[in-house]
Ligand binder design. Structure first.
Ligand code: AMP
Length: 282
């Protein structure tokens, strides 16, 4: 396992791997690795000769009032976890290494979807995500890159970027890993108080209840959204948004689901902790 902090050093190592015809998988993360991240790493290790895990808390995807300063950082533990689940390289550049001029002048945006859903409440967030992911793709030049469906809008935007800008790699979707309670694993779960941690599974319970109702024939968007909202509010969560969208365009479905593959996207707060989740309806 190699721990690499500079772009030049990583490029030299990857040059050797390319000459030996090794396939490369990339797992971009912000660290504080949990089982969800580890499932991405294991998947990559099973499909590629060499897996790179990047660990970078990307300042340009955090808003001014967000948790950049307090975001959990534990690089030593992350390195050993990444290694024991199959990573061959951990790439953890400094902010200065990635952004020598503070914020880059060149940014990648999605003109249609970046300001909807999470983007409506996190100005500049997806621009920051797409820009850092594009940089990581260009630095690592992977054959495959692994992303969780937990961050559904992010995954969609990255897939579109790859398609629109002709990145020569395949995006692999990895399903959301959950606690037994149904709560999606997230580095931010550790901000939750004990009581909020007990209540937060209401997000997924609401999503599952809505999916069951859909499977029984309920197709009215407002009705399905109310199921999720009630589940969250009953457990003292505060809904930020709940939307039902077409999975192929990520545009909202307004009145009724009529055969499209739909996804319910949700963001909710318990205290100051913002959690997101989603479920595909089929
Ligand atoms: P993050 O460190 O939060 O930026 O996440 C890095 C990657 O791990 C992203 O592709 C996430 O979608 C993915 N991820 C985060 N949580 C989970 C989870 N519970 N299950 C599967 N993948 C996840």
């Amino acid at each position: 396992m190699q721990f690499i902090q500079t772009i030049q050093n990583l490029r030299e190592v990857l040059e050797d791997s390319r000459q030996n015809d090794l396939s490369v998988g990339l797992v971009p993360t912000m660290g504080a690795l949990h089982e969800g991240h580890l499932s991405l790493i294991r998947k990559s290790a099973s499909q590629n000769d060499l897996t790179i895990v990047s660990i970078f808390v990307n300042p340009i995807q955090f808003g001014a009032n967000e948790d950049l300063k307090t975001y959990p950082r534990r690089i030593e533990a992350d390195i050993s976890l990444a290694q024991s689940h199959g990573a061959r390289i951990v790439f953890a550049p400094s902010v200065l290494e990635m952004y020598p001029n503070n914020k880059p002048m060149t940014l990648i945006r999605n003109a249609q979807i970046e300001s909807l859903y999470c983007g409506a409440y996190r100005e500049g967030h997806f621009q920051g995500v797409l820009t850092v992911v594009a940089k990581l793709f260009l630095i690592c030049n992977p054959d495959r890159a692994y992303f969780g469906t937990k961050d559904y809008q992010q995954l969609f935007l990255i897939e579109k970027m790859v398609e629109d800008l002709n990145f020569n790699l395949k995006i692999i979707r990895v399903p959301t890993l959950r606690e037994d309670s149904g709560l999606a694993l997230s580095s931010r779960n550790e901000y939750l108080s004990e009581q909020d941690h007990l209540n937060a599974p209401a997000i997924f319970q609401g999503l599952e209840a809505a999916k069951k109702a859909y499977q029984k024939g309920e197709s009215r968007v407002s009705f399905l959204i109310d199921i999720v909202r009630q589940s969250i509010e009953l457990k003292k969560g505060q809904v930020q948004y709940i939307e039902i969208v077409d999975s192929s365009t990520l545009l909202p479905i307004l009145d009724e689901i009529k055969g499209q593959t739909a996804v319910i996207l949700v963001a909710a707060f318990w205290g100051k902790t913002r959690l997101i989740d989603n479920i595909e309806l089929f």
